[in-house]
Design a protein. Structure first.
Length: 85
């Protein structure tokens, strides 16, 4: 790895989380941790999220972020313990 930076975005296959043994799951967790600490983000593959759901999520986000600022700011998260970004 490049000191103080990175050369590429890590790609982590998370499919062992769905069918792997404990050792394989531990390796995925270690890869996620290393990427998070060393780079700050990573790509995920093997996640089992359908193309339709990814497309719908993208379109919902695109729609939301195209709304006027006042409309977006009117949305309030009441349960702060459930808010995740």
């Amino acid at each position: 790895m490049n000191p103080g930076g990175f050369d590429s975005i890590p790609v982590i296959d998370v499919s062992p989380l769905f069918a792997g043994d404990d050792a394989a799951k531990r390796r995925v967790a270690e890869a996620v941790r290393a990427a998070s600490v060393q780079v700050g983000f990573f790509y995920v593959r093997g996640h089992n999220v359908s193309e339709d759901l990814m497309r719908a999520t993208y379109l919902a986000a695109k729609y939301f972020f195209a709304l006027p600022e006042s409309t977006k700011r009117a949305i309030v998260v009441h349960d702060k313990s459930a808010h995740r970004g």
